[in-house]
Design a protein around this ligand. Structure first.
Ligand code: ASP
Ligand code: MG
Length: 415
């Protein structure tokens, strides 16, 4: 018998029929003797509807009232789910975030959880009740309702699991796990049985949108095992991906070197050529970019051909591209550079795997595989468990497919 926190996302509770389905699944766990705390999102599309309503009245609405409004989506689903359980003869109680004292800071619309008082939930669990908690919301020290940012129910679930020292936090969604890459790009993409927190963070931040990044960070910090499963699978299905701390054996020779390939089409590349090379150039270029609140991802600085100048290249999110372009055009004059060049038809492709730590030569194998397909690499960045390249966006599919088969990601790792 275990204490399990389950989280059901918007599509899993998208209709009353789906909610009944969730109730049936919860009952199976109850009947198996487990204690359950269940976190739910708003029914799919509801949060967006609330945002539209608010904007019809006031754009932007005051953050406090916006949170009061947004938190109502989840209040609908907790009540409906509790009713579904009770009508089946199972005892359950629903709670808003503030009722179970999910204390957050006062940063409305993007609040962070500070503390959870698990006393309330314990009392119900001890009395044999399923505890149902509204995701995505909390309360600040002054009693104001707060929300945690889009996708925040994942974080609620992980935080509750950490506070209750649950055995596992199960995230039910519409996919049955984390894949080696996007199956829409590579049909052979395979569901991973297990992945480390670190790998998941790299994959998530690179665009594999299964889980809110903050939830994974939280789970990693408090060492909460996270399992991604589909609420559309038959109950009892073994399909899932476990996200957990790295173990000794994850680093064994037989282990797959690469866990997944992520890509990001949202970046753009900017270059300042022929900048007089002096101490402080990087700061002079990136200072104004940072001042404009633009986040920079990859950075490359090269010695220019004449040794007195440098070429400076970096990438930003495409939303920030027009503004970053303007800044660079001004810098050409103020820094006496040769010219600024731009490219927003790029894609960043990253291979991620803790196996890289103990194996040399993965980068060169990656570059060779791309070269054999005639794919030119425009930028490279590496970290301990990741190698990223920037290529022309027209090569996205070819590059991901090539790497997926080069590193045998379609095959089960031998163990
Ligand atoms: N309902 C909220 C949203 O759509 C929170 C969540 O689903 O996790 O962002
Ligand atoms: Mg969600």
């Amino acid at each position: 018998m275990a204490l399990i926190v389950q989280k059901y996302g918007g599509t899993s509770v998208g209709t009353t029929e789906r909610i009944q389905n969730v109730a049936e699944r919860i009952i199976q766990f109850r009947d198996a003797g487990h204690d359950l705390v269940v976190v739910v999102s708003a029914m799919s599309g509801e949060t967006n509807k609330l945002i539209t309503l608010a904007k019809e009245i006031s754009d932007p609405p005051t953050p406090r009232e916006f949170d009061v409004l947004l938190s109502t989506g989840e209040q609908v689903t907790i009540a409906l789910l509790a009713m579904a359980l009770e009508s089946r003869g199972y005892s359950a109680r629903s709670y808003t975030g503030s009722q179970v004292h999910i204390l957050t800071d006062s940063a409305h619309n993007k609040a962070r959880i500070l503390d959870i008082d698990n006393q309330y939930m314990r009392t119900d669990l001890d009395a044999g009740r399923v505890v149902i908690v509204a995701g995505f919301q909390g309360v600040d020290a002054k009693g104001n309702i707060t929300t945690l940012g889009r996708g925040g129910s994942d974080t609620t679930a992980v935080a509750l699991a950490a506070a209750l020292k649950a055995d596992e936090c199960q995230i039910y969604t519409d996919v049955d796990g984390v894949y080696t890459t996007d199956p829409r790009i590579v049909a052979e993409a395979r569901r991973l049985d297990k992945i480390t927190f670190e790998e998941m963070l790299e994959l998530a931040s690179l665009g594999a949108k299964v889980l809110q990044i903050r939830a994974v960070e939280f789970a990693s910090k408090y060492n909460v095992p996270l399992r991604v499963l589909s609420s559309f699978d038959e109950p009892g299905s073994q399909n899932s991906t476990l996200i957990a701390a790295e173990e000794e054996e994850d680093n064994k020779m037989e282990q797959a070197l690469i866990s997944g390939i992520a890509f990001n089409r949202d970046e753009a590349k900017l270059t300042l050529q022929g900048v007089p090379d002096q101490p402080g150039v990087a700061y002079k270029i990136l200072g104004p970019v940072a001042d404009a609140n633009i986040e920079v991802d990859m950075i490359i600085q090269n010695m220019g051909a004449d040794n007195n100048t440098t070429d400076f290249t970096f990438t930003v999110h495409r939303n920030d591209y027009p503004q970053a372009k303007e800044i660079l055009n001004q810098l050409v004059t103020s820094l006496g550079a040769k010219e600024a060049t731009f490219d927003n038809k790029i894609v960043k492709i990253s291979m991620v795997g803790v196996g890289m730590r103990s194996h040399a030569g993965i980068a060169s194998e990656m570059f060779q595989a791309l070269a054999e397909e005639g794919i030119n690499i425009k930028m490279i960045a590496t970290s301990e468990i990741k190698i990223s390249v920037v290529v022309d966006e027209k090569y996205l599919e070819l590059a991901v497919r090539t790497l997926h088969s080069q590193f045998n990601l379609d095959e089960e790792a031998v163990s």
